[in-house]
Design a protein around this ligand. Structure first.
Ligand code: IFM
Length: 460
């Protein structure tokens, strides 16, 4: 299908020429080649029967490590000026601490150098959920020393790549690691222990603060963090208190810590029967508030709740079990929805950006992930993913609306470059603007890729 150039022009004409425009991926979801690195908790989890919907495991994923040149050419040809990727900790340090893998560093040298050779700016994430299994065996993020392991790893990476990479994020979506991994148990390591999830949240934020300090000590110009924040919509007054707690656990616990306000009192009170928070101390709070030079926001959908409601079916990652202390709430996404069951509601991206800028003033923001999973129809003439084109169009406009209203928004990354391993959903949910055939590894740009190419190219 031909790109609607008028629609693309209506969008690109709103985007400043210095705006960062890119695509995002993560290591475990695309790399494959798991035999050339240490094991991660996602290898253990995905190899446990029943944990991943279609039984998919780390190989071959998108076999990215054997397609680096082709894939980076694709990103450049799609008009991006930046590429957001993550490093796999067990590829760099197979046991998490101790010996460093020369071949692991070499893999990321090839990616970083290839990105730079193509005139793209690298945005590197240090931790996108693939904790070395050897560290999980030592208690994982619940271990009070976990921040030291992380800071050592960050230091090593910063020293090695700091001559070429200016922008690093410490963590991707610590909310997911803590609450999907330890409360709901639908992500690795698959624990269902609400008290542990709150402790993991805190220890991750302390580790991030130590990571930011390590990046600064190595002279990295732009140390940052990526959170998945959203707007909570309460449909009726009877659910407003629960909605406030959901907002506390989804948004405010992160932003208040970063802003140096400590933990929100209402969240501490309303989770007091679950944990006494005795693992929190002033030193940890101070480190967690280490100033960032930027914050990334991954936004997909609002969280709409009501005191009653009809069964909305499966909504990936939403439900009482992911929010310690919340119960009896109905999650009621409205149509249209994506294949994840997530409501499509672009104004909630605008409100999320505005609320974040208010809660954490003075920190430049990026949309570091945004996109949708849809049932793509593959035909000889191409992959006509009109739903995804609509999604990107409306959400880019929504992000620019926030910018027009004063938010210091610096860039936008589409999630994702490729169809890839969507964690516990395996290959059953496809987020890519480029289709990847899991058997042949053939890459085919969808209509959404061609639309974004038109937009991106007219800006940069
Ligand atoms: O695929 C994930 C990504 O790894 C982190 N953010 C959300 C995406 C879609 O679920």
């Amino acid at each position: 299908m031909a790109v609607d150039t008028q629609r693309a022009e209506a969008l690109s004409s709103r985007i400043p020429t210095d705006f960062v425009l890119g695509f995002a991926t993560s290591s475990w979801q695309i790399e494959g080649s798991s035999h050339t690195r240490g094991r991660s908790i996602w290898d253990d989890f995905s190899e446990t029967p029943g944990k991943v919907l279609d039984g998919a495991t780390a190989d071959p994923a998108c076999d990215h490590l054997n397609h680096i040149s082709e894939d980076l050419d694709l990103i450049r040809d799609l008009g991006a000026n930046a590429y957001r990727f993550s490093l796999s900790w067990p590829r760099v340090i197979p046991e998490g601490t101790g010996s460093v893998s020369a071949s692991g560093l070499d893999a990321y040298d090839r990616i970083v150098d290839g990105v730079l050779e193509r005139g793209l700016t690298p945005y590197a994430t240090l931790y996108h959920w693939d904790l070395p299994s050897a560290l999980q065996d030592r208690g994982g993020w619940l271990n009070p020393d976990s921040h030291k392991w992380f800071a050592d790893y960050v230091h090593l990476v910063a020293e090695h790549f700091g001559d070429r990479v200016d922008t690093f994020a410490t963590l991707n979506e610590p909310w997911v690691s803590a609450f999907l991994g330890y409360a709901a148990g639908i992500h690795a390591p698959g624990e269902k222990n609400a008290a542990a999830s709150l402790e993991v949240f805190y220890r991750l934020m302390v580790a991030s603060g130590h990571g930011i300090q390590a990046l600064k000590a190595a002279g990295i110009k732009n140390p940052g963090l990526v959170l998945n924040l959203t707007t909570i919509i309460a449909e009726d007054d009877d659910v407003s208190e629960q909605a406030q707690l959901i907002d506390g656990l989804q948004n405010r616990i992160f932003l208040d810590l970063l802003a140096g306000r400590g933990l929100p009192e209402d969240v501490v009170e309303r989770t007091s029967s679950i944990t006494d928070w005795s693992f929190v101390n002033d030193a940890g709070l101070a480190v967690a508030a280490e100033p960032l030079t930027w914050l990334g926001i991954n936004y997909y959908t609002p969280t709409r709740v009501a005191s009653s409601g009809t069964d909305a079916g499966k909504i990936v990652g939403q439900g009482d079990s992911v929010y310690p202390g919340v119960s009896g709430v109905n999650f009621v996404p409205r149509n249209p929805r994506t294949a994840m069951g997530w409501e499509i509601h672009a104004p909630s991206l605008t409100s999320t950006l505005l609320a974040t800028a208010e809660r954490l003033p003075g920190v430049p923001l990026y949309v570091t992930e945004n996109g949708g999973a849809f049932e793509d129809v593959v035909s000889a003439g191409g992959i006509h993913d009109g739903d995804r084109v609509d999604y990107y169009d409306s959400h880019l406009h929504a992000a620019l609306d926030a910018k027009d209203q004063g938010v210091d928004l610096r860039g936008y990354f589409a999630w994702s470059l490729f169809d890839n391993l969507e964690w516990a959903e395996g290959w059953t949910k496809r987020f890519g603007v480029v289709r990847v055939d899991a058997d042949s590894q053939k890459r085919t740009p969808k209509d959404s890729a061609l639309f974004l190419r038109e937009v991106y190219r007219s800006v940069s």
